[in-house]
Design a protein around this ligand. Structure first.
Ligand SMILES: Nc1ncnc2c1ncn2[C@@H]1O[C@H](COP(=O)(O)OP(=O)(O)O)[C@@H](O)[C@H]1O
Ligand SMILES: O=C(O)C1=C[C@@H](OP(=O)(O)O)[C@@H](O)[C@H](O)C1
Ligand SMILES: [Mg+2]
Length: 201
């Protein structure tokens, strides 16, 4: 496996010096605006592992934006691609994977994540989600109707399912991206998501 992916090789080389080694991939779940993509990137840097975002992977594979995929092929087509992309990424060496907000609602994806990864729910309240998604047009579900009402409905529908995540971290206003990454690392430590550091003697 050595050298298979630069980020993983770096993690293996530096684990005892720089930081903890992941037992399994970390999968970030939560609603639109919770910080999965941006905090996930920071978290991966801090852990010295690769980062992937299922939305970005789908866009790259389809060579079009998510909004275009929804418009041209419909949401079910997007969901199918999302399920396949996540299944593929979970085969790779441990990384931080940010998913799109709907991914964990798929029972097959949820089962794969439960078997092969540590899921982290970035749990945020309605006001924060509304403010962090306002003025952006790349999320098709929020481009129609009233975004606050849509997000409130998604909280009702999805939070009972997101609650199945292995770890929950509250995403609150006032915490920077880096502070959120620190909170996630602390929660992962408490959960036992890292291998014990090798002893020097
Ligand atoms: N802790 C934070 N502090 C400040 N801004 C944040 C924080 N977390 C997320 N954001 C911002 O909120 C927006 C949505 O975040 P994003 O990572 O795209 O969320 P998600 O992937 O969960 O939809 C982005 O502009 C991001 O920079
Ligand atoms: O919640 C959802 O169903 C969606 C969330 C989006 O990702 P983010 O949660 O990263 O915004 C993206 O996958 C798509 O627009 C659908
Ligand atoms: Mg995202």
């Amino acid at each position: 496996m050595q050298g298979a992916r630069p980020g993983v090789a770096k993690q293996a080389r530096t684990a005892s010096v720089e930081g903890p080694t992941l037992r399994r991939p970390i999968v970030l779940i939560g609603l639109m605006g919770a910080g999965k993509s941006s905090v996930g990137q920071r978290l991966a840097e801090r852990l010295g592992v690769p980062f992937a975002d299922s939305d970005a992977e789908i866009e790259r594979a389809a060579a079009m934006s998510i909004a275009e995929i929804f418009e041209r092929y419909g949401e079910p087509h997007f969901r199918d691609g999302e399920r396949r992309v996540i299944a593929r990424l979970l085969q790779e060496p441990p990384m931080v994977l940010a998913t799109g907000g709907g991914a964990f609602m798929n029972p097959e994806t949820r089962a794969l994540i439960a078997q092969g990864a540590t899921s982290v729910w970035l749990k945020a309240g309605l006001d924060l989600l509304v403010s962090r998604t306002a003025g952006r047009t790349h999320r098709p579900l929020l481009n129609r109707g009233n975004p606050r009402e849509t997000l409130a409905r998604l909280i009702r529908d999805r939070y009972p399912v997101y609650a199945e995540a292995a770890v929950t971290v509250e995403s609150e206003a006032g915490f920077t991206h880096d502070e959120m990454a620190s909170r996630i690392i602390a929660a992962l430590e408490a959960h036992g998501a890292f291998l014990p550091a090798p002893r020097d003697e």
